[in-house]
Design a protein around this ligand. Sequence first.
Ligand SMILES: Nc1ncnc2c1ncn2[C@@H]1O[C@H](COP(=O)(O)OP(=O)(O)OP(=O)(O)O)[C@@H](O)[C@H]1O
Ligand SMILES: [Mg+2]
Length: 814
Amino acid sequence: MESGGNGVGRDALESDLEMLEDAPVLEVVEAGDEEQAIRSSEPLPDAMPVLPLRETVTFPDTLTPLAVGQERSITLVDDVLGANRMLVMVASRDPEEEQPGPDQLYDVGVAGVVARMLKVPDGTIRILVQGTQRVRLGPYVAEQPYLVARVEALPDVVNEGPELAALTRNVQRTFSEIIEQIPYLPEELQMAVANLDDPSALAHLIAGALRISIEEKQQLLEEVDVTRRLRRLSEILARELEVIQIGSRIQSQVQSELDKGQREFFLRQQLKAIQDELGEGDEQQAEVNELRDRLEEAGLPEHARKAADRELSRLEKLPPQAAEFGVIRSYLEWLVELPWSRETEDKLDMENARTVLDADHYDLEMVKDRILEYLAVRKLNPESHGPILCFVGPPGVGKTSLGKSIARALGRNFQRISVGGVRDEAEIRGHRRTYIGAMPGTIIRALRDAGSRNPVFMIDEIDKMGADFRGDPASAMLEVLDPAQNDSFRDHYLDLEVDLSEVMFICTANILETIPMPLQDRMEVIQLAGYTIDEKRHIAKRYLVPRQVRENGLTASQIEFADPALTAIVEEYTREAGVRHLERQIGTVCRKIAREVAEGKVDGKVRVSAKRARELLGKRVYFAEQRRRTRMPGVATGLAWTPVGGDVLFIEATAMPGQGNLTITGQLGDVMKESARAALSYVRGHQSALAPDLPENWFADHDIHIHVPAGAVPKDGPSAGVAMAMALASLVSDRPVSNEVAMTGEVTLTGQVLPIGGLKEKSLAAQRAGIKRVIVPGRNEGDVEEIPEHERTDLEFVFVDEISDALNAGLDPA
Ligand SMILES: Nc1ncnc2c1ncn2[C@@H]1O[C@H](COP(=O)(O)OP(=O)(O)OP(=O)(O)O)[C@@H](O)[C@H]1O
Ligand SMILES: [Mg+2]
């Protein structure tokens, strides 16, 4: 294979030729009929001039541009151009050597024909050599003025066959892939390679174009077997391609990381490396993983789950030192801990409920009935959420403890939420997370503490909620309590809808009036009035004493309270509607006995008698009020209703010489003052009937002073009208009022007695004060009948419609 005139190969190097042409030219030597010279297949001359090549290997079938600078080489070229233009190019083994001798040169080179030559102004020359065939050099016949060696042609060995064809195709394909990715190879080369079907020339063309080491090129040159040469070449190409691909992969990785990588990415990478180094990264990841697992278990509804996942992925990216890390973590903790799907199963067994309620509370039949009705409805219709119960009554009557019993009867968890004094809406609903130290509001906190989504919530002191510039907690409460909205309660901190519709709400209040109307509307009010002395004794015996005995480390075999002792404690050491102080006093007795037991001062069972109780509790604290009052004209006993239960109220009236003025003292409200004036006008109008002996202008000559003692307590309301008229009538008629009689009722100027409220509390207060007879408005008769009979056994009720009847019933006969 010696046909060197390969046009394709020449085209491939067109750019080199152009380069050659562009150089400033002094003299160009055209190779005459170059085509012919190149195609020449003349036998080689015996000896040929040898042009050593530094750092390059040429191949047959290719055009090689060469810069020639050394003198001996320039002489060589000159001589060659003057002769047959033929020379041998051979690579040097030692690139450092300026003038390599025969020993430094490889044994195999390429014979070629100088196709073109041009001189450059710096004195060097450029030549373009067409390689024609492979030759073996040696021995050298001359070294001066340039190397001359004998040459022997080394023709290709071609084994036509499938392997050769396959290798050819493989090399073509691989090389074209390489070309696509390498900028330094001219694109024309691709066309050339694709069209070249001579395997040997193909190998030469590619080998010449590749940037591989001199040694590898030389090896390819020396390989005469075309198949083996192609095999070797294809290995090299495969390797080159891989290198290129790896290179571009690295390149594109770097590129893409740079793209999304901005500053933050690099910083995070660095931070992560630092964390890993400190062993923190693992901890953080472990924490995130643990949170994820717990979220999984918590069974969040979808909308909450989404929010949680979002926060979780933010958490992963934050360094643990970041302030936000803690904020997000505690937020997630809240989500994890809320009972989204945990619930207790309701015990709807009526019998059991009755037993539990009875076990915890004495009497309170109406309340218990109402609770059992509630249970019954739930049992029949589990979907119904029922009304919100609201227990209204004075302190210590068992409102809170009833709530607990209800929870116990239902088998639900119980949480108490006190909203008394709450003025800030955020206490109910929480602060937004943007606040430092923000937390969910009291409702969500209670839900978490309850641990189930259907607990009993006792909203205590709902009547004492306030409102100010920080928003209206009542409206937040409304959202909590209203069954129409509370399935999507939104706490500011969680910023998620939470379903409160399974929660059973029970509110408590001392007075109904201050509960905002919209809230009242949604509640079913159950009044608890307070207890009689008798009831208190029962409660003490059955509940308070056993509890205090236990709490003070005693047993029923060590101590026993006699009934009179309990009565004494109730009457002499407490004055309250409920039983809280009573329990405390019983506790005091127990504590003192416990001390004696511990000191070994007692043997056997201690029986606490009334005397013993008095000894232990010290000086008597309360006296039945009416006994302190001497029975003098001008004093009447009224009955008042207060938030802490009913109370007795003494009205005192005196007269002194003057000009008919009226003075009213005792911190009375406007309504009460007006009823005092009305009472006075009535008595004045009936002077002749009430006090026939008084001079006609007695009222004009006297000033009247009405005083209601216990002035520190503000009093108001119209219901003391009857008692005021009574005191004035007693004063002017000089007839005292029985100290066993108390009265309540509003008066009009015409002498009508109008009905009043709070009768049950008032009658209980009357009993506590030792009153035997109560004068009440006739129209309150129904209310009296509603008071359980056992709570009014000691009282006689006198119903009056006219003030004159009241006076007759109250004043001693003249
Ligand atoms: N009928 C009753 N039977 C047994 N114990 C009772 C009864 N009523 C009240 N008690 C007891 O009296 C104590 C005080 O009751 P509780 O705390 O429920 O009062 P309250 O009505 O919630 O008062 P406040 O309005 O001050 O919150 C409790 O220990 C409770 O068990
Ligand atoms: Mg309470």
